[in-house]
Design a protein around this ligand. Structure first.
Ligand SMILES: [Zn+2]
Length: 138
């Protein structure tokens, strides 16, 4: 019976060791998950602070471009010029977009006419903006 006892004890030891190992693995996994979540949290916190900086730098830039009075320092002159060039380009693009939308609107509704004087679009006999006869173009 000593042999059987020995065997049982061995089996118990092995099972115990396996259980212990599984527990260790679970702990390691939990630790890793915690690290990962801490890591993710830190990453998010860093990104959030970086976004704050960007937002505040943008506010400084916007203030500078629109409010700064006096000569623009050389260090940022090119940047300010580039911003102003972009603003001018946006104004042009918006005008083109509006013209395109007006034209599309006119194309959709054959009743709509474009005022030959001011370019307003309307389906009335006379231009609602300048009063010119809308039929004059035909
Ligand atoms: Zn008109």
């Amino acid at each position: 019976m000593a042999f059987l006892d020995e065997l049982t004890k061995k089996a118990k030891d092995i099972a115990g060791a396996a259980a212990e190992k599984a527990k260790d693995l679970a702990e390691v996994a939990a630790e890793k998950a915690k690290d990962a979540s801490d890591n993710a949290k830190l990453k998010v916190a860093i990104l959030s602070e970086e976004r704050e900086i960007e937002k505040n730098c943008k506010a400084i830039g916007e203030w500078f471009v629109s409010e700064y009075e006096g000569e623009i320092p050389d260090a940022v002159k090119d940047v300010v010029d580039a911003i102003n060039a972009s603003k001018a380009r946006i104004a042009e693009l918006k005008a083109s977009k509006e013209a395109l939308e007006e034209a599309e609107k006119a194309a959709e509704d054959p009743e709509l006419k474009t005022c030959p004087v001011c370019g307003a679009v309307s389906n009335s006999k006379f231009c609602p903006d300048c009063g010119a006869p809308m039929d004059a173009q035909e």
